[in-house]
Design a protein around this ligand. Structure first.
Ligand SMILES: Cc1cc2nc3c(=O)[nH]c(=O)nc-3n(C[C@H](O)[C@H](O)[C@H](O)COP(=O)(O)OP(=O)(O)OC[C@H]3O[C@@H](n4cnc5c(N)ncnc54)[C@H](O)[C@@H]3O)c2cc1C
Length: 219
C-alpha cells in the first residue's frame, strides 16, 4: 500500500501549517474541549479564533467556495485535521453545523436560508445544535414523537429531545419533528430550523459520568 500523500495535499499542509504558526492564539493551543464547559471568556476567545479561521477560508474547507469554503478534497481534509491536531488548535464553534447541518441547508434550503444561516454559522456568530434523538428514539430515529402542528403560518412544537451537543450554547437548532402522524413512521417527519431564543424553548444541561457538560435535553 502506498501511504504517500498526493503532492497537492502536501502543498496544502505546508501552507496551512505556516498559517497556523502565524495565526493561532497561543492561549488557545491545546484548548480543544474548551467549548464544552468553558466560561464566557473561553467562548469569546474561541469565537474570535473562529472568525480568524473563517476570514482565511479555513473554517469549513469542505464547503464550496461560493459559501466561503475551499471545495477541499478528502485528502486535504485529512491534512487539515492532522495539522489542527498537531498544533493543538481548537475547531470552530459549529462542529455539527458545519459538517451536518449546513450541507442539508445547501441541498434543501431556500436561497434566503442559505444567505441568512450559512455566513453566520461559518463565522461562529450563531451556534447550532441538532435536535434529533429522543428518550425513546435513538438508533430508531423514525420513532420520534415530538409533534409540530401548523397553526396559521407558524409551527407549534411540543416534545422532548436529548443528547443535544452544544444545546446550552446554541441559538439555533436543526429540529426533527413529526408533522404527519397518519403515514408510516419513517415518513411524516419534517426538519425545522428553530430559533432557540423563542419563548417556550427550555434547555436542561446533562453532566456525563466523566463530568463533561456537553449534552443537554431540550423541551
Ligand atoms: C458523542 C455523542 C454526541 C451526540 N450528539 C447528539 C446531538 O447533538 N443531537 C442528537 O439528537 N443526538 C445526539 N447524540 C445521540 C445519538 O444520536 C444517539 O445516542 C444514537 O442515535 C443512539 O441512540 P440511543 O443512545 O438512544 O441508543 P439506543 O438506540 O437505545 O441503542 C442502545 C444499544 O442498542 C443497540 N440497538 C439499537 N437498536 C437495535 C436493534 N434493532 N437491533 C440490535 N441492536 C440494537 C445499539 O446498537 C446500542 O448498542 C449523540 C450521541 C453521542 C454518543
Amino acid at each position: 500500500m502506498d501511504f504517500t500523500y498526493p503532492p497537492e495535499a502536501e502543498a496544502f499542509r505546508k501552507e496551512f501549517r505556516a498559517w497556523l504558526e502565524g495565526n493561532l492564539d497561543p492561549e488557545l493551543a491545546g484548548r480543544r474541549s474548551g467549548l464544552l464547559d468553558g466560561g464566557d471568556d473561553v467562548v469569546a476567545r474561541l469565537r474570535a479564533w473562529n472568525r480568524t479561521l473563517a476570514d482565511a477560508r479555513y473554517a469549513a474547507i469542505a464547503w464550496p467556495e461560493e459559501y466561503g469554503g475551499r471545495g477541499a478534497s478528502v485528502m486535504e481534509q485529512v491534512v487539515f485535521a492532522e495539522e489542527m491536531s498537531r498544533a493543538g488548535a481548537p475547531g470552530t464553534l459549529n462542529p455539527l453545523g458545519i459538517s451536518n447541518i449546513a450541507p442539508a441547508i445547501m441541498q434543501w434550503g431556500t436561497e434566503e436560508q442559505k444567505r441568512t444561516f450559512l455566513p453566520s454559522m461559518l463565522r461562529g456568530d450563531d451556534i447550532w445544535c441538532q435536535g434529533f434523538s429522543e428518550p425513546n428514539a435513538g438508533s430508531d430515529l423514525a420513532s420520534l414523537r415530538t409533534r409540530a402542528v401548523l397553526d396559521g403560518d407558524v409551527f407549534v412544537v411540543n416534545g422532548q429531545k436529548i443528547w443535544n451537543t452544544l444545546g446550552h450554547l446554541a441559538n439555533w437548532c436543526e429540529l426533527l419533528v413529526r408533522t404527519d402522524p397518519d403515514v408510516p413512521k419513517h415518513k411524516g417527519i419534517s426538519c425545522l430550523l428553530v430559533d432557540m431564543t423563542l419563548p417556550g424553548v427550555e434547555v436542561r444541561p446533562l453532566a456525563t459520568i466523566t463530568g463533561e457538560r456537553e449534552f443537554n435535553e431540550i423541551f
